[in-house]
Write a protein that binds this ligand. Sequence first.
Ligand SMILES: [Zn+2]
Length: 315
Amino acid sequence: MKRSIYLAGLTALGLIATMVTFEARQDRASLTVHEIADNLYMLANAPSVEGMGGGGNTAIFVTDGGVTLVDTKIKGYGQDILAAVRELTDKPVTTIINTHTHWDHSGSNPEFPDSVNFVAHENTRGHMASQDCDDGAGFQGGSIKNCESFTGANVTYLPKTTFSDTLTLFSGADQIDLYYFGRGHTDGDIFVVFRAARVMHSGDMFARRGLPFLDVPNSNGSAVEFGETLKRAISGISNVDTVIPGHNPIPLPWNDFVKYEGFYNDLVMKAQQGKAAGRSVDDVVSSYRVPSEYSNYAAPEDRVRATVQYLFDGQ
Ligand SMILES: [Zn+2]
């Protein structure tokens, strides 16, 4: 009798465990690790994944003192990130840098120990700590919000280390330089440079080779300032060869980031000239063509329209 209850209990537990695992995995995209340097990796959506997948690209940096992550994808992916880390090293995750506030870059922060040093720009901390944080992206019907990972008992996950302009973490081969150059995708986007590897995580200031999503309504992003911020990043950051973009499935060369600034600011110029000439947003959008030198950069009409409208509105 005792034995049969025990077995039934085991079976029930086994079933529950199997179902939870299955359902969780069913919801999650496959991830791929790209080795960029001996101690630096990019954890991206697998090539077969279309759309948002697990969210933004995560950098995994193995240092003397532990593992530093940059961005933690969508809520629920902490276990996948940790599984990828465990393939590389036994060291604990000790530092997590968030490039900006969005749910697809910081959603899994609370799935790590709250003893981790969480690092972000001071404006990003402000958004995370806000009680009113709908990002308007409508993920899962808008049910996941930017600050959801930081409210209630999760306040212990708010960034512990913040800065306004620049911050350096660690030294020697482990040195990481953080830079803020102004508003763009949000008002708290930072560039993370792994000094020895000559690699930069650009977050969503350079998500992919295509026009950016501008979170003007909820995170104080700016179409007007985006292009100036890119220029400041290009002149202010040196000795980088490779970029981990916010969402592109593979790393990209620094020169693609430089071209991205030209691509974006070409649209800014066309919008400003159109407005000055008294043309309408519709007219500027319908006459816009991607210049041939940026032919591998995407300009979907909805992104062109949103960007031009913000520029016309001075936002
Ligand atoms: Zn974003």
